[in-house]
Ligand binder design. Sequence first.
Ligand SMILES: *Cc1c(COP(=O)(O)O)cnc(C)c1O
Length: 467
Amino acid sequence: MTPEAPEKQKKLSLLPSVDEVLKSPEGNAWLSRFQRKVVVRAIRETLAARRAAVLSDRPGELTRDSLIHDIQALIGRNTSFSLQPVINATGIVLHTNLGRSVLSDKVLSNVVAVSRGYSNLEYDLEAGRRGKRHTHTRRLLREITGAEDAFIVNNNAAAVFLCLNTLAADREVIVSRSELVEIGGSFRVPDVMAASHAVLREIGTTNKTHLQDYSRAISDNTALLLKVHQSNYRIIGFTQEVGIRDLVALAKKQRLPVMYDLGSGCLVDLKPFGIHTEPTVQEIVRSGVDVLTFSGDKLLGGPQGGIIVGKKKYIEKIQKNPLARALRVDKLTIAAFEAVLMEYMDETNALAEIPVLKMLFQPPEEIRARAMTLASKLKRAIKDVTFTVMADASKAGGGSLPEVDFPTFAVSIRPAHISVNELEHRLRGSSPPVIARIKGDKLLLDARTIRAHEIKGIVDTLTRCLS
Ligand SMILES: *Cc1c(COP(=O)(O)O)cnc(C)c1O
């Protein structure tokens, strides 16, 4: 027995039993609010952690207060939702970690209407027999994009995978080395290709790929020419890539299909906003590409989904792949897509009604006005801290438009008594959590992604965090 053992024994014996905690005033209060099972588990786990800490010589605080506090916190964690709303004050509109696109009330009310009861998800009301879930979005997608046919799966990664597997399993797909991108998470073009059983035939160099590189690589075993949007990075300087029109012309001559993984996929013309690098889905469809895939929750501003549009003969084949069933979308997604796509029937309307587009392209004066409102409310509520409105730039996020800086306005905070890192941490731990941006020795709340109804919550949260 080590000399400290009696000391440890003494500390252990001072810990209450589960029963003693249950009978305490706090225990009674918890039992009146939560299921017994939940309370007992939290007490057991907290006591076990205390015992383990004592035995491993890291006893920490062993007071009654700290024990009660920890049990209370554990009950709180175990009885609240893990996935919860947060306030995005980063200015990044398509923040993948914060759920990417935001849906409008109108879209959400369609999701509620369709999913709170039964629906004609796979029922043809006219014929009175089984229908197909994809008919609900096909008409709108055809009309908006000008494509012959359309199909939606779980996300764009699934769309790319399904298309490659259908059109090129065990055969070669020709891709430029400059387009073998990693999007983040686990989407890497060579890996998706391997998983789909397509054989990657890479051509060209990192910075330059010529049409000849494609034509030289074509053989009897070629199934597809693939173009991939570079999304979150750019190659600048001494560069060359083959445009989609040239690729389509070459493929036509060789009787091969061309597929384009567009990543973001924008349905409105961004040139009026000074963005000339992002052709619309409609323009790419017009170039004659056979299959085109893009995300539902990037620039489109809808729910998570992977949209496949293109020539009927290919889309039909893709739909018949047995894996299509494994990647199919749920009725909530279809209801949301139908409502979002409906907004795109008129481009001006889409820009006014789709939250993601509104946040990206709102005039900077409007962002500035919201930042001023927030700053003046903060000044009124919190006295010894300075709040200033400053001009800055925000990013689109989600791998979309990486080269574009969106002029924005943010409320800049320099806390007096705590560090910016501590303030950022406290805001993140609040309810609702506020996610902010640190720039040098200041904390920035970017008004681009802060919605008017969130201002009061931010003021209350900051008041608590800075007191
Ligand atoms: C974002 C992106 C993907 C993945 O799309 P998800 O909808 O996130 O699955 C695939 N390819 C490109 C080029 C992308 O930009």
